[in-house]
Design a binder for this molecule. Sequence first.
Ligand SMILES: [Zn+2]
Ligand SMILES: [Zn+2]
Length: 256
Amino acid sequence: MEDFIQVFPRIAFRINMRYFVIAGMTFLIFYVFFKKKYKKDKIQTLFPGISDYKREVFFSLISMTIFAGIATLVFTVFRPYTELYPKISDYGWSYYVFSIVLMVFVHDFYFYWTHRIMHHPLLYRHVHLVHHKSTNPSPWTAYAFHPIEAIVEAGILLVIAFLVPAHFSAILLFFLLQIIYNVYGHLGFELYPKNTHKHPIGKWLNTSVSHNQHHQFFEGNYGLYFTIWDRLMGTLRTDYDEQFESVTNYEKKSDV
Ligand SMILES: [Zn+2]
Ligand SMILES: [Zn+2]
């Protein structure tokens, strides 16, 4: 218990910092300083209102407290039972890199299926709706979850800690990647280049356009990092390609 009390504030601070720095920086760039310049490239023409940002940050703060609580349990109370290892040399550098890639793929699988379960009408109405209140997402939407959904989201750390041998710093890097991709998914602007959706590798990457469509239309495009599961399960929206093309057709837009 003493450990928990000592470790919790450090972890909570780290999670909050990551969210506020990454979401905050992208928000300042795309929604404040260069708003006029990038306006024509916005996936949905309108910008969310102040009340949307407030709601998103409010729920994100609750989610981050829950994430910190579960992460602290994993790194203190549960630690002896986990697969976490103390020295990088225990498994070597190639495994270190591989473990991060593995975590991303495991997370993508975990997110896709838990997200689909969240769309069951009962869970959707009482839990997942909080996230879907943002029909026009912004960087602040990244952690805007109902507390129950925040617990489910934090479950990925339990899955990783108990299944994937991982070094503490590899887990930190994985969570850094996760928040970057999560903020990108809710950014409201596409960063991948034109034709990514047709490229042999690019077509398997989940994009901001894809997740934006999920928020706008509530159905389809359930993935996080990749479109693998959406493509395999036939849940990728049929209008995805068309939308990606129209959003990334920057030359045509600059003529208007
Ligand atoms: Zn959803
Ligand atoms: Zn979302």
